[in-house]
Write a protein that binds this ligand. Structure first.
Ligand code: ADP
Ligand code: NA
Length: 331
């Protein structure tokens, strides 16, 4: 099997990643390092769309990188860097924005959701062009595969449309058309209090969220308080039993035990048993994860060195792609 170029990133918009980030994306990032050329980025330019405090943004950028490492991203095998350290991202985003339809960008559901909440004056042009910057991130590295959660599918479609458009306008081979890598079983982890909504760092209330750097006691309590249903049977049925199905998904993903095996082991037992056992599983996994994160954060010089080395190598790749695009588009 030939090696693929992998690219993905997360926004440093919170002190802690949440369990959906880990199960939907990070575990795939780690798995894809094997036998591929993987590039993982902390997308701080994207985080500017929510107007962060400068010191908070800088701190969260480091914390996000430390969490990639703690999850198993290996800087010996993969490139790990911060988006704003590679100016080619912003340069390519401008070029791509001149090939993106205004209506096309306006159809992005994430923009409609977020701008709906912020109102027209609170919504920036940066939030509108966010998916174009994301397309630039991906196309800059001639990416074949993009491991993300389900919520990014529409942005990936836009990226593919833009790539095909550039290849039509400027000749075959102008850019590589990427494929999403979305693992169905963990593509969407749901909020514990509202199991119809995705778990998100930017959730209105933290009660349904498993923040990976939170006190394990708080994490356990949130799992024990998860919203379920009025039946008694522990059965995987996302339509009728969204809460229980979400808990089973999380349990299965963290332990490698299949859903049917879990259903069998909980036969005749109550929801309370499932919650208590799952809380134990999550706490046992998250405790060493937190220790690793704090280890990386305790040595910021080494962390910055890893990020600087990653940015150097990323720039070498990005510069070649951008040269090719400038040349083909008449710049
Ligand atoms: P958030 O919504 O928590 O701010 P980001 O937008 O930074 O997360 O997304 C980082 C990555 O995590 C993306 O690949 C996204 O698809 C994935 N992701 C986010 N939330 C979930 C979830 N609830 N389930 C699965 N994957 C998720
Ligand atoms: Na998201």
């Amino acid at each position: 099997p030939s090696s693929s170029r992998i690219f993905s990133g997360m926004q440093p918009t919170s002190d802690s990643l949440q369990l959906g980030n880990y199960l939907g994306a990070l575990t795939q990032w780690v798995a894809l390092q094997e036998g591929n050329e993987a590039i993982y980025c902390v997308v701080d330019l994207h985080a500017l769309t929510v107007s962060p405090d400068p010191a908070v943004l800088r701190d969260r950028t480091r914390r996000t990188a430390a969490q990639y490492l703690a999850a198993g991203v290996d800087p010996e095998r993969s490139l790990l860097f911060v988006q704003s350290h590679v100016p080619e991202h912003a340069e390519l985003a401008w070029l791509l924005s001149c090939h993106t339809g205004f209506g096309e960008a306006g159809r992005m559901t994430q923009f409609k959701d977020k701008s709906g909440k912020q109102g027209s004056e609170g919504t920036t042009v940066g939030l509108f062009t966010y998916p174009v910057l994301m397309a630039a991130d991906i196309l800059l590295y001639d990416t074949n595969l993009v491991p993300v959660g389900e919520d990014q599918r529409q942005h990936l479609e836009l990226t593919r449309d833009l790539a095909q458009r550039l290849n039509t306008r400027f000749g075959a081979g102008t850019v590589v058309v990427p494929e999403p890598h979305i693992v169905k079983s963990t593509a969407k982890i749901y909020d514990l209090q509202d199991p119809t909504a995705k778990m998100s760092k930017s959730a209105a209330s933290p009660n349904g969220l498993i923040e990976l750097l939170d006190d394990p006691k708080v994490i356990a309590k949130r799992i024990r308080s998860a919203v379920t249903d009025t039946e008694r049977e522990i059965r995987f049925d996302p339509v009728n039993k969204a809460g229980i199905s979400n808990l089973l998904t999380i349990y299965s993903a963290l332990t490698g035990r299949s859903i049917p095996e879990l259903e069998a082991s909980f036969e005749g037992r109550g929801y309370g048993d499932l919650k208590v056992e799952l809380a134990g599983v999550v706490v046992d996994w998250v405790t060493p994860y937190q220790e690793r994160v704090h280890g990386y954060l305790a040595d910021p010089a080494s962390l910055d060195e890893i990020l600087a080395a990653g940015a150097d190598k990323a720039r070498d790749i990005a510069a070649v792609t951008l040269d090719r695009l400038y040349e083909r588009t008449g710049l």
